[in-house]
Every structure is written in C-alpha cells, then in structure tokens.
Write a protein that binds this ligand. Sequence first.
Ligand code: DGT
Ligand code: CA
Ligand code: CA
Ligand code: ZN
Length: 593
Amino acid sequence: MTVSNEAIAELFENMGTLLEMKGDTVFKIRAYQRAARTIGQLSFPLEQAVQDGMDLKKIPGVGRAISDKIKELLQTGQVSAHQRLLSELPEGVLTLMDIPGIGPKTAMLIAKDLGVSTIQGVEQAARDGSMAALPKLGEKAAENILRHIQTLGSKDRRTPIGQALPLAEEIIAALRSRCSTIGDLFPAGSLRRWEETIGDIDLVGTSSQPEEAAEALVSLPMVQQVLVHGPKKTSVVVEPGIQVDIRLCEPESFGALLQYFTGSQQHNIRLRDYANRRGLSLNEYGITDLKTDAVDHFADEAAFYQRLGLPYIPPELRTGTWELEAAQNDDLPDLVQAGDLKGDLHLHSEWSDGSDPMEKMVEAAMDQGYEYMALTDHSSGRGIANGLSPQRLADQIGLLHALQDRYPISILCGSEVDIRADGTLDYSDELLGQLDVVVASVHSAMGQDSDTMTRRIIKAMEHPAVTIIGHLTTRLLGQREPVQLDLEAILQAARATGTALEINASPERLDLKDTHAHRARELGVPLVISTDSHHHAHLGKRRFGVAVARRAWCEPAHVLNTLPRDQFLRFIRTPKPARLEVFDARLKQGSAL
Ligand code: DGT
Ligand code: CA
Ligand code: CA
Ligand code: ZN
C-alpha cells in the first residue's frame, strides 16, 4: 500500500482541526497545520524518502513529534494520537466542516448539542428550527448555514488563473485609463505567485492620490458590490463574483507593500522569523531596526530583500518551503522565462479540431519568435475531434513539406496520437516513423485503476517513436479530476526511455502541475512547455506553462524546447534513450556556469 503526501497532509490537517475543536493550544494547532501545508507542497514522495532513510526533520515545519507520526502512519496505517482524538470527539464533526461557513467551533457545537453527524442532518436541523434554537447560533446563523449547504455542489469557489489573470489585467488597464495619478499597479497575492487557482485578486500600486484611485475602482462598471472603501484598502466584488482588493502607497515604500501582499503567508512568516533573529522587524511599510526603531523604506522588492542580506526571491518560489534556505546559500535557480522558449511542440489546425489553417498556425509560431514548431493534429482513433486517418496524415505531411519552402521557421511534422486503453498507439509504426515529433496522449478510458493506467502510459513511452507524453493526468481545473497513476513510476520510466513530458500551458489544464514538474526535474526527465493551441491567438498562453515550470524551480536547461534549433533537431533525430545525452550535455553546461 502506498500512502500519498496528500493523505499524510490531510491527516495532519485533521489533527489540527480536532485539536482546535478540543480547545488545545494555538501553538500545537498551528504546528499541525503548518506541517500539513508543507507536506502538501513537497515534490517528492515522503514514503519513498522514509524508505531511503531521509531525516524528515530536515523538512521545514517537521519536528520530532510530526516525524514520528509520519513513520507510525507508514508502518501501521494509522496514527494513535489521531485515533485517540477521533474517539474523544463526537462522531462526524469533521464531515460537518465540509460545509463552508462551519468552522471547528460550530461543528463541535452542532455535533454535541444536536447529536447531528451528517450534512443531511445539519440541513434538517437548519430547516426545522432546532439549530436556530441553539443560543450560540440563532436564526441568522442557521439561515447562512442552509445557504452554504445549497451551494455545496459548486464548492470550489477558487477561480482558475486562466480567468483571474486576464480579468486582473482588464481592471488594471481600466484603472489606468480612468486615473492618471496611478504610477505602478501590479497583481500581488496568489496571482503574482502564479498559483493555478486564485481566491481573490490583490492589486498593489503607487499613487500620490490614493483616494482617487480607490474611487476609480468602486466606480468601474463591472463592480457588483463594494465591501471596503477605506483610506488604506478598498475591496469590491466584480462581475463573475470575484473579490478584488487594492492597496496603494507612496513610491518610496512600494517595495515593502508589494512584498507583503505577494505572500505567500507562509513565506512571509518564515521571512519574518528570519528577520527577527537578525534584530529586524517587517511590515507592509518597511523594515524596522528593533534596537534603534529606525524604519527603512524600499522603492522596490530587490532592495527589500537586500536589506535582509538576501538575493531577490522570484514570487513563484515564495511558497514557504525551501526558498529561504536556498536564498541564504545563494542557491536560487536562474528560472526559465517565456523568452527562452524556441518552439511550440503541440499545435492543432483545422485539419483536426483546431480553427485555423496550417499556414496561420505557422505564422503564429513565427510571431512568437520561434525557431521551430510542430503541427500535431489528432489521430483518428476516437472518431471524434476530426482525427486524421492514416491517409490524411500522409497527405498532411506532404503539404507541410511543401509549406516549409515558404517559411524560415522549421516546421516539424507531428501528431497528437491517442494512447489506446491497452497502451498501443493509433497509427502504424511505419507511419509514426515518418513523423518528427509524436505527442502521445490519453483521451479515453480515463477511469482505469492506477496500475492499469501506469502500465498503459509506460508502454506508450517505450515506443521508439513517442517523443513526448501530452497532458499526463488529463485533469481539467475545476471540471475533471486527474486520472489515477503512479507518478513516480512514470517519471522513472520517462527518464529510462528518454521520453519527454509536457507541461500543457493551456490554463484549464496546467498538466503536469508544479509539484509533478518539480519531481520530473529532479529525476532528469526532459520537460516541454507547449500550448496545445487550437487557435492562432492561443500561442500566447505559453506564459501559464512557463509559470508552472518556474514554480517547479526549472532553469532553461530543464526545458527541452529552450534548445536552439540545431540541438533540438539533434535530440529528436537521435534514437531513444541515447538522445538524453543531448539534454544532459546542456544540463551540465548550465550547472557549470
Ligand atoms: P488567495 O487569495 O487565497 O488565492 O491567496 P493569497 O496568497 O492571495 O492570499 P490573500 O489574498 O488572503 O492575501 C494576499 C497576501 O497578503 C498573502 O499572500 C500574504 C499577505 N497577507 C494577508 N494576510 C496576512 C496575514 O494575516 N499575515 C501575513 N503574514 N500575511 C498576510
Ligand atoms: Ca488573493
Ligand atoms: Ca486578498
Ligand atoms: Zn492537443
């Protein structure tokens, strides 16, 4: 049996909650919550790390007590302290907390005083008046809880970054055009850290007339509701029901404001501890010397970090895990940037389910400044998405060769070929052998169990013609769960077979996600950032994929399609797995710098 990091994180999260219900000390509660958060963000499997004899106490937020409990869980399948807590508290209290708006205290109250242990039970108690009769709750609270239960179906209220970022950019442009006294204005918070989903949009900026800028925000036509309209902070809810917070300050202290509201909270907490140990204290206005009470102000973030003796830490790394340690050791990665990409290797035309002619996609790739591109229309297998029959693919290859004469960019013939349920591919080996780039993807039989799915994908990777596995887990953010698979086994096989893995930049996918890509990077698996564009305007979405790679600590050398044309061509023209030498040579070069 394998125990996933998510399962371990959830157990500690539960323990924190149970302790909170019991009224235990804040210190202890926070310790469990912090451990849960850190473990949830680890890129490597803890179970494997324990087997390899890693000292878990090296993980930030994991001390002796937590470390012992992880080992107990892995050995026995449970944690006795957790079982004890469960037995001490009324049945079902944790379930009740799945209802938004019900925290540990309310859950405890309802479970104890009403003897209710299910969501249906809560709903009934809210309807029949028994909940309203509880002195600590009352009618208003019962009404709220009922409303929350009714929205339970749509429980993920976080907004995918693909929607939140364009919205934030639209708001920024609108504010700029309406208010000339705004200087800088940037997204902060989870948006600036490029998290895959966003709770609310935070904007920070500079202005000599902050009231004017706040006024401009509340009067935007898309504003539905004004939550706070104050001198320091203004909060509104805009059209699709997303909260926007804006905070402005003088240019002299913008560095501290931006740093503070970029977070993450966990990063800021660690940074504050670090500063305190050096006799400094941090807030959104600046850095205070605790001895002299002198406050330093910073116009930009680099100066802020420099005052702490640290190099600038890119927002994507500010998760509160390893970045502070790396910064102290001057060991931060030189992260890949959008401009490093030299090609897009997953593009569709109207030949399958794209909306543009091949020429238009070629020109769009040239507009991105690329040296090469692969056209990868769907294979025929599923009979949908207008997949190409072997004959149509052969025709397309002929036309692409002719097109090449008209354009300076290298046009690679490719296909996004279905990995069938049994791991075989949709075209004959002979036809696949004629292609420059084969992206193999799962589009069917997504409900397979983990073993079957893992074998299926590994079988595809063992095929000599398969260059890249596309959108590995097939998840759609907020719409479709990832398939079940053994990520570690797949990554090992990717390295062994010399198969690259795609970071699908399409913001509804972001697949691989950050932690997966981080592990791939550690194992020496070549990563590819592609957009899977079905329209010429979608190639610009590469920024979302680049952000995933950055959150995975990737440098350019970890990303295959940053290779200049001749090296990339050498990579695909060398048989698997020997082609890894081209990739490894670049990595070595990078680390020698
Ligand atoms: P979200 O909105 O849930 O996607 O995540 P964030 O990180 O954008 O969180 P948000 O909007 O609550 O706050 C923005 C940043 O402001 C956060 O990342 C760190 C900072 N911040 C807010 N409240 C606190 C706080 O109570 N303590 C500390 N240390 N930082 C805070
Ligand atoms: Ca936020
Ligand atoms: Ca916020
Ligand atoms: Zn595709």
